[in-house]
Design a protein around this ligand. Structure first.
Ligand code: AMP
Ligand code: ZN
Length: 483
């Protein structure tokens, strides 16, 4: 399989270090606020990658961190710690904030059907290891101390900025302006001292003074300690190329004199029409926002499946609606095909499976794999049971829970009720789950429609709608669902 490597700026054949096992490290969230759907796009891309590796028979050891200390409001090593700031705002302890948003994040991942990492690590659980790593850097002459902390001297590392391309190099000029005492603009904090006039909630003793680690050290410790060095793949959002990942690489090269990871993969951003979606600017959409509008997180997953991870995605209500409609069609198709008689696999089955594998193994070309799936559904040369088997097989990558979509035999029933379980639709003919007043209105609507009393029928529909239910007609049948 081929993967695009930010390090070489090329698609490369993927060669794991161990024969059938792959080590992946993904930078996790900074847990001071809700993760937004932009953040989630990055975690979805990483989930797609993991699923493609597993589909190819690899066992995946995946480590993800939770940043609960050290991420400052400014990339220039100044500003407040995001966690301390969040805690003040909510009048809670930093520990409470970290716990709450970590738990919420894990729930969000579940609702998107993202496979859990093999190992979760909290930054605050690795403080001693981070201090030990900084000591190593100090021993090798890569650090210096100024008023507000211990810094990494980037001029000591010949190849600083390995991940940058030529254009990025130009952009990086003057990137970090603040902390005036630094030797070089790009130097970054390894250990920050607690401010003299302020008591931080999170602070630790260190050989250099009481303080807290800089953001870029935690990921080095957590990845290397769990996966070895080098490990296979390091991922994150595209914004990490310039600073965070560059500075992770700098530290590992200083201490181990080895490359940190063989492949570096970055997911493009999800933006709003009028710009960036970011927690700090406050213009965020979360999965909860979508749920409040009755949109399933899996519809968002579908939207992300449909855009290549290296392309920008401009989020709009219309694009999400389109994804939701397509996903619902896919569910309906799946449930229809699930009732088909088993018929042996033909050549077409292998042909589709082969093409599918080709797409996903071409740097996760999942949008093409999804388009292929729709072609397959429409292909008259493929039997229904083959189609169903292929859908279930492809869903190992898509993760849309297609095998959970259920329907009892509703062919004889006049009423079909669409309910939901674990985020996927379930169809039933059991009208007992519909409240009596709604059922009465539905009957009025059907009766008045039969008599062509359209105004009355419409009035009944509006009333049903007001009470939080929806009715649609499909031939002789009435489809009912709760909004
Ligand atoms: P943070 O919680 O800010 O540390 O970010 C968590 C992850 O989300 C990182 O991998 C970021 O690169 C990524 N990220 C942040 N904003 C966006 C966005 N708008 N679209 C996609 N990924 C993002
Ligand atoms: Zn990181």
């Amino acid at each position: 399989m081929k993967l695009y490597n930010t390090l070489t700026k090329k698609k490369e054949e993927f060669k794991p270090i161990k024969d059938k096992e792959v080590g992946i490290y993904t930078c996790g969230p900074t847990v001071y606020w809700f993760a937004h759907i932009g953040n989630m796009r990055t975690y979805l891309f990483e989930d797609f990658l993991k699923r493609v590796l597993m589909y190819n028979g690899y066992k995946v050891k995946h480590v993800m961190n939770l940043t609960d200390v050290g991420h400052l409001t400014s990339d220039s090593d100044s500003g407040e710690d995001k966690l301390e700031k969040g805690a003040k705002k909510e009048r809670k302890t930093v520990w409470e904030i970290a716990q709450f948003y970590s738990d919420f994040f894990k729930k969000d991942l579940k609702s998107l059907n993202v496979i859990d990492p093999t190992i979760w690590v909290r930054a605050t659980d690795t403080i001693q290891e981070q201090i030990d790593l900084i000591k190593e850097m100090e021993k090798k002459g890569f650090t210096y101390t100024i008023k507000d902390g211990v810094y990494f001297d980037t001029s000591k590392l010949e190849k600083y900025g390995r991940l940058w391309g030529e254009n990025e190099r130009k952009e990086m000029k003057g990137r970090i302006e603040e902390v005036t005492e630094k030797k070089n603009k790009a130097d970054f904090a390894l250990w920050k001292f607690s401010p003299k006039n302020e008591k931080r909630q999170m602070e630790w003793e260190s050989p250099w003074g009481v303080g807290f680690p800089g953001w870029h050290t935690e990921c080095v410790v957590m990845s290397v300690n769990n996966l070895g060095i080098p490990f296979d793949i390091h991922c994150g959002g595209i914004d990490h190329v310039f600073i965070h990942h560059t500075n992770e690489i700098a530290q590992t090269e200083a201490v181990y004199n080895k490359p940190m990871a063989n492949y570096w993969m970055h997911g493009e951003f999800l933006n709003l029409k009028d710009g960036k979606m970011s927690k700090s600017s406050g213009n965020i959409v979360t999965l909860s926002t979508l749920k409040e509008k009755g949109i399933s997180p899996l519809a968002y997953r579908y939207l992300c499946l449909n855009t290549h991870y290296r392309s920008k995605l401009v989020f709009s209500d219309e694009s999400l609606e389109f994804a939701e409609t397509s996903l619902n069609k896919l569910y309906e198709k799946t449930v229809e095909l699930s009732r088909s008689n088993k018929i042996k696999h033909s050549n077409k089955y292998e042909e589709y499976q082969g093409k599918f594998l080709e797409f996903i193994n071409d740097d996760l070309n999942i949008p093409s794999a999804l388009a292929l799936t729709w072609d397959m559904i429409k292909d008259n040369d493929v039997t229904d049971s083959e189609k169903y088997d292929l859908l279930i097989n492809f869903d190992n990558i898509f993760g849309l829970k297609l095998s959970s979509v259920k329907s009892e035999d509703i062919s004889e029933s006049k009423y079909i009720i669409k309910t939901e379980k674990d985020g996927v639709p379930v169809w039933t003919s059991d009208i007992s789950i519909i409240p009596d007043d709604i059922m009465k209105l539905i009957e009025i609507r059907n009766e008045t429609r039969k008599n062509k009393e359209w105004d009355k029928a419409d009035e009944a529909r509006k009333e049903i709608d007001k009470k939080g239910w929806q009715v649609e007609d499909s031939g002789e049948k009435t489809i009912i669902k709760k909004k």
